[in-house]
Design a protein around this ligand. Sequence first.
Ligand code: DAH
Length: 341
Amino acid sequence: MKEKLEQIKAEAIAALNSVDLPADLENVRVRFLGKKGEMTAILKQMGSLSPQERPVIGQLANQIRSEIEKQISDTAARLEEKHLEERMKKEKLDVTIPGTPVAFGHKHPMSILLDEAKDFFIGMGFTIAEGPEVELSVYDFDKLNIPEGHTVREWQDTFYITEDEKIHLRCQTSPVQVRVMEKQKPPIRIISPGRVYRKDEVDATHSPMFHQIEGLVVDKGITMGDLKGTINALIRYIYGENSVTRFRPHHFPFTEPSCEVDVQCHVCGGKGCRVCKGEGWIEVLGAGMVHPRVLAGCGIDPNEYSGFAFGIGAERLTMRRFGITDMRLIFENDMRFLQQF
Ligand code: DAH
């Protein structure tokens, strides 16, 4: 029996040495150590041994069994390593192969201009405020001192959301002024860029959706001089040191006095041409000193504080900045146009 056990051991080792696949390894295990395997068969014959022989053979059988088990796990480790090596060879990466080129996009001309304007104002200590595009008429009209019956309130001009005219798509960014003043006490220095909506037909200079940049400064002793200084600095920042501005008296219900600001035409230098429609100047924003009634309506004492406000037409500013002559190009997203910036 002893010889038989030694023989099993030798055969098992030989079989394991020639194993190449995990499935073969399992077969070898079953053949030698399985329930119906060779070791089990031998151990079943233990009963026929003499009481002296039994513990000796038993001990030897255990020893051989554990030796075969060890060889099996060594073989498993060898197979695993071989498998890994083969995979590494097969899946070798060539890191020198050129990659697939990624097409880089870039900013839309409107975003370039809006970012420049934001940089300018943030540098002057302004923060950026936001307001809803679906606005309450109370904020877009009443609290801005725009009376009942004013033309901007008409259905031909404004996209009303409700029949009672209490909610509409804001037609200007000015309601953000009110929202800020109701929450924040002076000193206030904010800008609010965003979309506005008016019932205009699409043409080279009109769109039912466009962008404005609202600005508001409220503090003690703010004057028209502060307004002019700020606007002139902005225009020079965006159009260059030599740009020329003109402040023209105007009327807005929420400012007193009010003005409009023109920039001298960059094409003709003020003589009048096709781009400025013969005017020599291009209007870019409305502005003025915040009306005392608007301040008071927001809980700010107009005897203690004063302020200036402005609303910039962002498309106009962009068109002049990049020499774009048709506003439709800004919204059409034609790659042949956008790639030029
Ligand atoms: N909201 C005005 C418009 O859409 C522009 C404007 C004018 C804004 C004067 C202001 C301002 O803040 O003070 O035409």
